[in-house]
Design a protein around this ligand. Structure first.
Ligand code: IDP
Ligand code: MG
Length: 163
């Protein structure tokens, strides 16, 4: 039940100075940061993260906007560990479209744009954060972004209360 999931704070999160606030939410919920770094990716890497599968789901144009966006500045990357971490972190992140994201979620509290607005502007939906969608994606993404030796092991004091 203890899982690891990959979180990226995307360029808009960095530019808006929200790294601390976003990180605090996960720490407050008891998730353990087991991997952390700031990375500037290139086109090749961006396409490994935003795979063909995304183009199939969302359209080739979305994959193109996203690849451009993710390589246009650095991202903060975390591996978070916790009970049902994949599902729980997605719940905290909220819906993809900030307009639809509930208050209390990261996207709902810190953004509000819509698909229609972004389509008009021919740009990616700026929703601050990426989190692995499911077990398969989490395994793939953690391996893609981190070497095994970059992931650390330690105990948080509140593990006593959650595990
Ligand atoms: P997710 O981030 O909630 O898992 P995905 O479907 O995996 O959503 O899409 C990846 C990212 O692509 C989204 O977070 C958002 O930034 C962007 N995106 C998705 N759909 C659209 C769209 O229709 N127009 C522009 N950007 C989109
Ligand atoms: Mg996704």
């Amino acid at each position: 039940m203890i899982e690891r999931t990959l979180v990226l704070i995307k360029k808009d999160g960095l530019e808006r100075g929200l790294v601390g606030k976003i990180t605090t939410r996960f720490e407050d919920a008891g998730f353990k940061i087991v991997g952390s770094k700031m990375v500037q990716v290139d086109e090749e890497f961006a396409k490994k993260h935003y795979t063909e599968d995304l183009a199939k789901r969302r359209g080739e144009h979305v994959r193109k906007y996203l690849t451009e966006f993710i390589k246009s500045g650095p991202v903060i990357v975390y591996v978070l560990e916790g009970v049902h971490a994949i599902e729980n972190v997605r719940k905290m992140v909220g819906e993809t479209e900030p307009r639809a994201a509930r208050p209390g979620t990261i996207r709902g509290d810190f953004a509000h744009v819509s698909y229609a607005h972004c389509d008009n502007k021919k740009q990616v939906v700026k929703n601050l954060i990426h989190a692995s969608a499911d077990k398969k994606d989490a395994e793939y993404e953690v391996k893609l972004w981190f070497k095994p030796e970059e992931l650390c092991s330690y105990k948080r004091v509140d593990e006593v209360h959650t595990l």
